[in-house]
Design a protein around this ligand. Structure first.
Ligand SMILES: Cc1ncc(C[n+]2csc(CCOP(=O)(O)OP(=O)(O)O)c2C)c(N)n1
Ligand SMILES: [Mg+2]
Length: 583
């Protein structure tokens, strides 16, 4: 009987077709693509090498870097520019740790990104048996980012990626860690089941409307102001509600101060800009409305000398994160919601006959601004020919940015940062990318790559020579992908200045100085890019114009007087110094 049954079964044709299969590699790619994430910045290696290859084969753009930190910074900037999480791909343990700095920095700056990292086998890692690149990456990432997830089963990839994307972009954006153990990639499941497991996210960053009574409270306070001020932060730039914000500023008639990455949200030469009268407006204003800006160290925590007499200020704050309110000082009118919804609500509540601030206030600011701008203009026209100082060189770049306002400006350094921020005007939203909330060095080349890739525009990276060094090897990446990036290294032979000496007279040079007259321009030539040594204003102007015209990867080594800078640029007050003299 049994034999009959077997024979019978063998005779019956198998009606069920062999099912197609998919695996972790392909499901990850499908999950990202289903949500419009088509670009990866990373460094290949075990266990993600094939993932990068397959992603490229599927039509995704895969940019390979020389170090994960810069891939991570590129992903973060991609997130800032597109409002979709930038993807950074790293290998286990050391690669992951290299990417983690960028993830933490993205979270601090509220840039949405996802660090996707391969990791070693759970069974071995958890018993600490010494696997290849063993590390409990999820545990390490968790306190440094907004959310951290691990996917163990191929069928969970769709939902895992969805959770990561939503966590990165909803509410206050930030960095998300996604841990992918090596054996996830090769796990095979039925292709149809796989397709069903992919989640296409509906409304990843839902609008969050402010409560009507909080809008009324804010408007009442604004109406009572004699000397109101608007402060625009990079949160306001991020939201891409440029027209709404401009209408609010212009309808209100209130002077505004842009934080560094909010420069250009309204053009820096806008008549209501108080950028050139910063100390006056911080001190004298009575009601301050913060739009996507935080009262952190960059604004002296909203108190102290720069903010005038104690108790002289009342704050309205627009932020999507309720816990931001009262973080440093009392917020009289918190407005919790997404910036576009809050600004729309304010505009509506302002009605048809809004009274602009008194002309006394406007004129006091205008006067201060004119005086400061005239003083700066004199410095910019100085006849210092060679070596250039910061003003001479930045005067050239200021003119070029005015003529070519679509150019993406990247900026890091100390003096190079502080002078460039105040000298170079920005005319369009999201054109200036810099060291952000932490004042971190090393964002330069990662940001330059992402700016070029995500916008297609020309990129001008204005870099202190120390700042450049943190990501300098990525010039090879820029040359390899032939990106339209022009790097200007402000070469003053060191950190702040090139003049420090070792007080002992010993053979090691002082800790803040570098090789004298280093030829960064030749570095660029090594990879087929254009390298130019610029001693004068004319050299610099010619080289930058040519680079922006041709779009060829270019590095201009701008020789700056090594005496010209000051210690710590403009934040020397934060630098502890010893007053004890030892004999
Ligand atoms: C990751 C990181 N490491 C170190 C620092 C400290 N730091 C602040 S500015 C700076 C470099 C300043 O020199 P440079 O870029 O040459 O600018 P300069 O003032 O000379 O124009 C350094 C190392 C930092 N901000 N971030
Ligand atoms: Mg320097």
């Amino acid at each position: 009987m049994l034999e009959d049954a077997i024979l019978e079964k063998e005779k019956r044709p198998d009606t069920k077709p062999v099912n197609e299969l998919t695996d972790g590699f392909h499901l990850l790619i499908d999950a990202f693509k289903a949500n419009g994430l088509n670009t990866i910045y990373g460094v290949p290696g075990i266990p993600v090498t094939d993932f990068g290859r397959l992603a490229q084969a599927s039509g995704m753009r895969v940019f390979s870097f020389r170090h994960e930190q810069h891939a991570g910074n590129a992903a973060a900037i991609a997130g800032y520019l597109t409002k979709k999480p930038g993807l950074c791909l790293t290998v286990s343990a050391p690669g992951f740790l290299n990417g983690l700095t960028a993830l933490a920095n993205a979270t601090t700056n509220c840039f949405p990104m996802i660090l996707i990292s391969g990791s070693s086998e759970r069974e071995i890692v958890d018993l600490q048996q010494g696997d290849y690149e063993e590390m409990d990456q999820l545990a390490i990432a968790k306190p440094l980012c907004k959310a951290a997830f691990r996917i163990l089963r191929a069928e969970d990839i769709g939902i895992g990626v969805a959770r990561a994307i939503r966590a990165a972009v909803s509410g206050r954006p930030g960095g998300v860690y996604l841990d992918l153990p090596a054996n996830l990639f090769g796990q095979v499941i039925d292709a149809q089941e796989g397709a069903r497991s992919i989640v296409t996210i509906v409304d990843p960053a839902p609008a969050q409307l402010p409560a009507p009574h909080s809008v009324k409270r804010a408007i009442d306070l604004l109406k009572s102001a004699k000397r109101p001020l608007i402060i625009l932060g990079k949160g306001a730039s991020y939201v891409q509600a440029d027209e709404l914000i401009r209408s609010f500023v212009e309808k209100s008639g209130i002077p505004y101060l842009p934080m560094s990455m909010a420069k250009g949200l309204l053009p820096d030469d806008h008549p209501q800009s108080a950028g050139a009268a910063r100390s006056l407006v911080l001190k004298e204003s009575d009601v301050v409305i913060m739009v996507g800006a935080r009262l952190n160290w960059l604004l002296s925590h909203g108190k102290g000398k720069s903010w005038g007499a104690p108790g002289s200020k009342r704050f309205i704050q627009i932020d999507i994160e309720p816990r931001e309110m009262d973080s440093n000082v009392e917020i009289a009118a918190p407005l919790v919601g997404d910036i576009a919804s809050c600004i729309s609500a304010l505009l509506e509540a302002m009605g048809g006959n809004w009274q602009p601030p008194s002309s006394d206030w406007i004129q006091a600011i205008a006067q201060k601004r004119e005086t400061n701008l005239a003083r700066m203009a004199t410095k910019l026209q100085s006849n210092v020919v060679e070596p250039m100082d910061f003003h001479t060189a930045l005067g050239v770049l200021k003119k070029i940015m005015k003529e070519q306002p679509e150019t993406m400006l990247i900026n890091e350094g100390a003096n190079t940062l502080d002078f460039a921020r105040s000298i170079i005007d920005i005319y369009k939203p999201r054109k200036r990318l810099d060291v952000g909330t932490w004042g971190i060095m090393g964002i330069g080349m990662g940001a330059a790559v992402a700016a070029a890739v995500e916008t297609g525009n020309r990129v001008l990276a204005v870099e202190g020579d120390s700042a450049f060094g943190f990501s300098g090897m990525e010039v090879e990446t820029i040359c390899r992908y032939n990106l339209p990036v022009c790097i200007v290294v402000f070469n003053n032979n060191g950190i702040y200045r090139g003049t420090d000496v070792n007080p002992t007279g010993g053979p090691e040079v002082a800790p803040t100085v570098f090789v004298k007259d280093a030829r960064y321009d030749i570095m660029m030539q090594a990879f087929g890019g254009i390298g130019v040594l610029a001693h004068t204003r004319d050299d610099l102007s010619k080289a930058v114009n040519e680079a922006l015209e041709s779009g060829k990867p270019t590095l201009i080594n701008a020789v700056i007087d090594e005496n010209a800078g000051t210690e710590s640029g403009r934040i020397g007050n934060l630098n502890p110094q010893s007053i004890v003299t030892k004999t």
